[in-house]
Structure formats: structure tokens, C-alpha cells
Design a binder for this molecule. Structure first.
Ligand SMILES: Nc1ncnc2c1ncn2[C@@H]1O[C@H](COP(=O)(O)OP(=O)(O)OP(=O)(O)O)[C@@H](O)[C@H]1O
Ligand SMILES: [Mg+2]
Length: 145
């Protein structure tokens, strides 16, 4: 499915739709260049799922940020940008996050694609160079990688 998003508000609406469709044990891999909006989308998904924290810091330095969402769901927001290899990712002890009660949102999963769960859902964000707030979003259907 391809969507042309024309504002941050439309990205938030898209996030709300995604939030309706996820459950504990799911993994969303967020793809796109620097500044595409992966963190923006991740935060909007977390808000839609009831994360109340005032600040939702970027996980670039911490690599993993953990949050409590509504209904006992927990969310691990990860950014693997600064990792160099599958080995680096494995040493983080990520596997516990791929099961309930966790939902994982992962930026720069390209660093260690082989470590993603097979049921991961992939969302690609491309900047529309003609408009600073426009994005092209591509999402695969679940189980159809
Ligand atoms: N339609 C839009 N959707 C998402 N972000 C948008 C949109 N329009 C403008 N922006 C802005 O684009 C920027 C996206 O930054 P963000 O940190 O989310 O990128 P990123 O993909 O996570 O980059 P990085 O790879 O550095 O982590 C934000 O400043 C956001 O306000
Ligand atoms: Mg980011």
C-alpha cells in the first residue's frame, strides 16, 4: 500500500491507523533516510497507543527506550543507527522484546536485518523533495514481506 502524506497531521492520522492494527509481540521496522520521519512516526504510534510520558526522547544514544502503553502493552523504541554489525545488535539482548507484552518499533533495522522477527511489518518513508512536509509511505501487509 502506498500513501502520499501531505503534513505532519496526516502522518499522525496514519500512525493512529497503524496503532489500531498492532498487538503485543509485533515488530514494526521503520525505514527511510535521516530526517524522513521514522522517529516522528514512532512517537505518534506510541501516543496513539497511550504512552503518556511527556518527552519521548530519540533512542539514537540509548539505542533502546522502553515505554508503558495502555492495556499492559509495553513498547521498545529502538534505533540501531550507531551499531555496526549483527553482533553489536545481538549483544543488546533484544530478543525478549520480540514477545508479548512488547511491541517493538525499530529504526535502522538495516544494520541487522537477519535479526528481525519473521513477522516484522515494514514501513518505508520517503521524503518528497518538492515539499518539506510531504512524504511517500509504503507499507507491506502483515505476513507478506
Ligand atoms: N509529514 C511529515 N511526517 C513526519 N515528519 C515530518 C513531516 N513533515 C515534516 N516532518 C519533520 O521531519 C522531521 C523528521 O525527523 P525524524 O527525527 O522523525 O527523522 P528520522 O527518520 O527518525 O531520522 P533519523 O534517521 O535521524 O533517526 C521532523 O523534524 C518532523 O517534524
Ligand atoms: Mg529517528
Amino acid at each position: 500500500m502506498n500513501i502520499h502524506i501531505q503534513s505532519e497531521a496526516e502522518m499522525v492520522a496514519f500512525a493512529q491507523n497503524i496503532a489500531l492494527d498492532v498487538r503485543a509481540g509485533d515488530c514494526l521496522a521503520l525505514h527511510g533516510e535521516l530526517g524522513a520521519g521514522k522517529s516522528f512516526l514512532a512517537r505518534a504510534i506510541m501516543r496513539a497507543l497511550g504512552v503518556k510520558d511527556e518527552a519521548l526522547p530519540s533512542p539514537t544514544f540509548a539505542i533502546i527506550q522502553e515505554y508503558d502503553a495502555a492495556h499492559g502493552l509495553r513498547i521498545a523504541h529502538m534505533d540501531w543507527y550507531r551499531l555496526e554489525s549483527e553482533h553489536d545488535v545481538e549483544t543488546l539482548g533484544i530478543y525478549e522484546f520480540f514477545e508479548a507484552p512488547w511491541l517493538t518499533l525499530i529504526e535502522w533495522s538495516e544494520r541487522a536485518t537477519a535479526l528481525l522477527p519473521r513477522n516484522s511489518q515494514h514501513i518505508h518513508i520517503d521524503i518528497d523533495l518538492n515539499h518539506p512536509e510531504h512524504r511517500f509511505v509504503h507499507i507491506n501487509k502483515k505476513g507478506n514481506l
